[in-house]
Design a protein around this ligand. Structure first.
Ligand code: FES
Ligand SMILES: [Fe+2]
Length: 389
């Protein structure tokens, strides 16, 4: 059992009525949206960390960011520090970034190379890259102190087609289960060959669920994204994964558009092996609850949602192209910088209103079918979806 992120299961109910939750579970045309306190209550946020973010795989980027033995990254998963590294044999390992002596954070840097071991900055206990305790000054006479039992607490790490995932659960579910139907949808895209061209971090003053909801509808697109709807009409496409843990589908390009860029054009080659249909589409999938992937004919994007508090979400956004692609992806990044800022701003506006007592549960439109499914999935995962009413 890991020490630093020991899971505290809170059996509590959210601070809303059972009837208000049942109203979310009704059929779409009779359903009501999530009650406002779910977006702002600190107790709800803690339970989300326990029941969702400490039990699910999170894609933090790509395996090639840890290129050689001694390469490392540190990340925060549901309030716990994690160090991910490559050991001397080249295997990926992850540990809670917590000293076994008095709990000090071990590695402060966010990334680096050449790590040969980990030395605690406080009293110099030292660990090798396999997590074993190697040195512990002045512990020789201490009774019932076993170095073999004092190694770093491990964290699960896994890869899928070059993407790097971590899961702080002591008993993680298989990664394949959390990918749901996504691998089949992404089969023709050469994901192993991707190379990252951009990484941008955003701080968003909005609850993470508003950002996930926003990623699952284009009802907002005509008002919020005038440049996007010229390339992909907001009612085009279809949502083909709807049951979780993956939600999403595709949208169609208008004639003459080859990708999502400021002018819909691209100098990049399209990925080999895509069908004529795929060349006219962008696929969007939420890997619930932490990631959002977009597959385009010539590039791929990844969002990693990191809830910091009920009111704040950090978001890491990556752009990837084929490793042999010589042309810049600045146009793609520019397009998404505009689109992302539009989304985060409207999510912040939604947060400001929906957390107030003046907000009472609204109604879903027929363009928000998947938001309704996602909200019900959320309540189910939290154990809060009562009998249908
Ligand atoms: S807290 Fe790490 S050596 Fe003391
Ligand atoms: Fe949007």
């Amino acid at each position: 059992m890991a020490g630093g992120a020991t899971t505290r299961i809170t059996a509590g109910r959210p601070p809303v009525s059972a009837a208000s939750l049942r109203a979310v579970g009704r059929p779409l045309l009779r359903a009501r949206t999530l009650p406002g306190p779910l977006f702002s209550d600190p107790g709800v946020f803690e339970q989300e960390r326990d029941r969702l973010f400490r039990r699910t795989w999170q894609c933090i980027g790509r395996e090639d960011e840890l290129a050689r033995p001694g390469s490392f990254r540190t990340v925060e998963i549901a309030g716990s520090g994690v160090v991910v590294l490559r050991n001397a044999s080249g295997e990926l390992k992850a540990y809670h970034n917590v000293c076994r002596h008095r709990g000090t954070r071990l590695v402060e840097a966010t990334a680096g190379d050449g790590l040969r071991g980990i030395v605690c900055p406080y009293h110099a206990w030292s660990y090798d890259l396999d997590g074993h305790l190697r040195g512990a000054p002045h512990m020789g006479g201490v009774e019932e102190f076993d170095r073999k039992d004092s190694g770093l607490h491990p964290v699960a790490v896994a890869t899928w087609r070059g993407f790097l995932f971590v899961n702080v659960s002591p008993r993680p579910e298989p990664l394949e289960r959390s990918l749901g139907g996504f691998p089949a949808r992404a089969r023709s895209y050469p994901l192993e060959r991707l190379r990252r061209t951009h990484r941008v971090e955003y701080e968003i003053a909005a609850n993470w669920k508003l950002i996930v909801q926003n990623a699952n509808e284009c009802y907002h697109c005509p008002g919020v994204h005038p440049q996007l709807v010229k390339l992909t009409p907001y009612r085009s496409g279809e949502e083909d994964l709807r049951t979780g843990p993956v939600f999403g589908g595709w949208m169609d390009f208008v004639d003459g558009v080859r990708t999502l860029s400021p002018d819909g054009k691209t100098a990049r080659a399209t990925f080999p092996g895509l069908s004529a249909t795929d060349l006219r589409r962008v696929y969007y999938y939420v890997l619930y609850p932490s990631n959002f992937l977009s597959l385009l004919p010539d590039y791929v994007t990844l969002d990693w949602f990191i809830p910091v508090s009920p009111d704040r979400t950090r978001l890491v956004f990556d752009v990837y192209v084929d490793r042999d692609e010589a042309h810049s992806a600045d146009d793609a990044m520019g397009f998404w910088e505009t689109t992302n800022r539009q989304d985060w701003h409207i999510c912040e506006m939604a947060h400001l209103g929906s957390k107030t007592s003046a907000y009472t549960q609204g109604r879903y439109s027929t363009e928000e079918e998947v938001v309704h499914l996602v909200d019900q999935y959320y309540l189910g995962r939290m154990g809060w979806l009562g009998p249908k009413g």
